[in-house]
Design a protein around this ligand. Structure first.
Ligand SMILES: [Ca+2]
Ligand SMILES: [Ca+2]
Length: 357
């Protein structure tokens, strides 16, 4: 269902973009994702991925890898940014919370000694005071040998701050999923329909019985260096597996086919009930996703994550949109209205005070 755009990963579209403030060649560390129509979601797995709907996205560039520890360190050194996990939660935001938990910290995964009740995530997640991007396993842990790993323990605001510093943006859910599919519309995985073609592990997931038995068939217990597994059709690494990735999308428990039917009207409604911490969509699953528990190392997979939450298995990557992509005509004949970008619903949030978190 892709449009008729060239699939080159080294250059933007040519001919129909008269001028652009951005270089035509992909910026360093980014790949060109030529826009088009695709089937977003899946009817074959979890309810939140339904219904499948047809969505159009414009052209954009995407980081080929999740933002790494080394890249995030550079950002912090230049800006002095203090992440959410490094700040004490405001008691006013968490009425009734245990005061012992209102200290800087983050959620860390802990492998269990044996099988546990999979309905209670507290069996393997712990809020660990002192855990943050510098100390991903808690106090005493450090970043040795992790420079090339995805940064973790970043809340939504941290990802947004990094993106702004980099002059980029976070992807919308549609952009992220379209990019993850790598041109294989409707395929289960980012590389096709077979999980381990020829026996090869294609992503950093969890093999074995979660959360106690990690067979390490892919070679990694936790995160892996960004780019350790084969890229997809657009030259993007680690889209699925390794770490979940923040998108700018407000979470709703199902896709919205009426809104998605017309590309330029694909907008979101406010999703969070009053008083709740707003949630954004995270995509792609992580090294903790196991077939018997959470088969989410797939482009269609999605979850809503509270914007103030950071964990040892969530990171992000950024996109860059050519600012001349305001009129995008696709092979299908659909076009976006002047004044919009092809991926406009990522921009609409900017004028929406309710979207500020
Ligand atoms: Ca693994
Ligand atoms: Ca990922």
């Amino acid at each position: 269902m892709r449009g008729d755009h060239p699939t080159t990963q080294t250059a933007g579209r040519t001919g129909d973009i008269a001028s652009t403030a951005l270089p035509r060649e992909s910026p360093e560390g980014m790949a060109c994702v030529p826009g088009g129509r695709f089937l977003m979601g899946s009817a074959d797995f979890y309810p939140e991925e339904r219904p499948v709907c047809e969505v159009t996205v414009g052209d954009f560039w995407m980081d080929t890898r999740p933002v790494t520890v080394a890249q995030f360190r550079r950002f912090v050194q230049q800006t002095g940014h203090v992440t959410t996990a490094e700040q004490a939660p405001d008691p006013a935001d968490y009425p009734g919370a245990d005061p012992d938990l209102l200290v800087p910290g983050s959620l860390v995964f802990r492998k269990t000694a044996g099988p546990v009740d999979l309905r209670d995530v507290r069996n393997w997640w712990a809020y660990l005071p002192g855990a943050n991007w510098r100390h991903p396993d808690g106090p005493g842990s450090d970043l040795s040998r992790r420079d090339r790993h995805p940064v973790t323990h970043v809340a939504y605001a941290d990802a947004l701050a990094y993106a702004a510093w980099a002059g980029k943006d976070l992807p919308t859910e549609a952009e992220w999923e379209y990019a993850a599919r790598g041109g294989l519309d409707g395929a289960v995985f980012a590389w096709g329909d077979e999980f381990a073609p020829g026996g090869e592990q294609m992503a950093n997931t969890w093999q074995g019985q979660f959360p106690w038995q990690n067979l390490l068939l892919d070679g990694y217990e936790g995160t892996s260096p960004a780019g350790a597994f084969p890229p997809n059709g657009y030259g993007l690494y680690d889209m699925t597996g390794n770490v979940w990735e923040w998108t700018s999308e407000k979470f709703r428990p199902r896709h919205h086919p009426e809104a998605a039917a017309t590309c330029c009207a694909y907008r979101e409604a406010s999703s969070a009930p009053p008083g709740d911490i707003p949630r954004r969509v995270i995509k792609g699953g992580s090294h903790l996703c196991a077939p018997g528990y959470c088969l989410r190392y797939r482009p269609a997979a999605r979850q809503g994550e509270a914007v103030d939450t950071s964990t040892s298995h969530i990171g992000f990557r950024c996109v860059l949109r050519p600012d001349t992509c305001r009129v995008v005509t696709h092979g299908s004949g659909m076009s976006c209205l002047p004044g919009f970008t092809g991926v406009q619903h990522g921009y609409q949030d900017r004028d929406d005070p309710a979207a500020d978190v």
